[in-house]
Each structure stands twice: as structure tokens, then as C-alpha cells.
Design a binder for this molecule. Structure first.
Ligand SMILES: Cc1cc2nc3c(=O)[nH]c(=O)nc-3n(C[C@H](O)[C@H](O)[C@H](O)COP(=O)(O)OP(=O)(O)OC[C@H]3O[C@@H](n4cnc5c(N)ncnc54)[C@H](O)[C@@H]3O)c2cc1C
Length: 72
């Protein structure tokens, strides 16, 4: 059994988690650690700053998404 940990849940970490999950065996554990509970699409930050998007538009709550994919 392998314990795989990905640090950071940003543009690098989230796709890495999805792709890593595909590569692992059923008995392996995959955990993503981040200081935020959400994914934020960084390139859209300026749109939030000028009011063209709200924070809700550019963030995704990670817990339900990760749980659905079997990622801790
Ligand atoms: C305004 C803007 C526009 C951009 N436009 C583009 C574009 O059009 N195309 C493009 O390719 N790139 C673009 N980029 C660059 C792109 O956003 C970055 O290259 C990319 O976000 C880097 O990904 P990352 O996973 O390394 O870091 P991030 O996406 O920043 O993710 C880092 C993650 O680590 C977490 N973290 C940080 N510190 C800790 C800690 N101490 N403990 C736990 N977790 C931690 C953060 O919460 C975050 O989840 C843009 C950047 C900006 C600012």
C-alpha cells in the first residue's frame, strides 16, 4: 500500500491529484493538503478585483469534489 501526499490544492495540485488517483491502486491512499478548503482559479483573480466576477464564481469547495473521487 502506498501513501501519496500532494501539497497545495492550486492549479498544480488539483490536476495532479486527479491524475495521480487514476494511476494508483485501490489499496493506495491519496491525500491533498492545503491551507485553504477551496480551489481558486488564480488567473481570474483580476476579474474579482475589478468586480467582474465574485469570489464564488472563481472558487470551488474542495471537500465534496475530493470525497467523490476518493481523495482525502
Ligand atoms: C493574474 C494571474 C493570471 C494568470 N494567468 C495565467 C494564464 O493565463 N495561463 C497560465 O498558464 N498561468 C497563468 N497564471 C499563472 C498561474 O496562475 C500559476 O502558474 C499557477 O497558479 C501556479 O500553480 P501552483 O499550483 O504552483 O500554485 P497555486 O495555484 O498558487 O497553488 C498553490 C496552493 O498551495 C496552497 N498553499 C500555499 N501555501 C501553503 C502552505 N503553507 N500549506 C499548505 N498549502 C499551501 C495554496 O492555498 C494553493 O492551494 C496567472 C497568474 C496570475 C496571478
Amino acid at each position: 500500500m502506498a501513501e501519496v501526499v500532494i501539497l497545495g490544492a492550486g492549479i498544480g495540485g488539483v490536476p495532479m491529484a486527479y491524475e495521480m488517483k487514476e494511476e494508483l491502486r485501490k489499496e493506495d491512499n491519496l491525500t491533498v493538503i492545503s491551507n485553504n478548503s477551496y480551489f481558486q482559479f488564480t488567473p481570474s483573480n483580476p476579474w474579482a478585483a475589478v468586480g467582474w466576477r465574485s469570489k464564488k464564481d472563481i472558487t470551488i469547495d474542495l471537500a465534496p469534489v475530493m470525497k467523490k473521487k476518493g481523495i482525502n
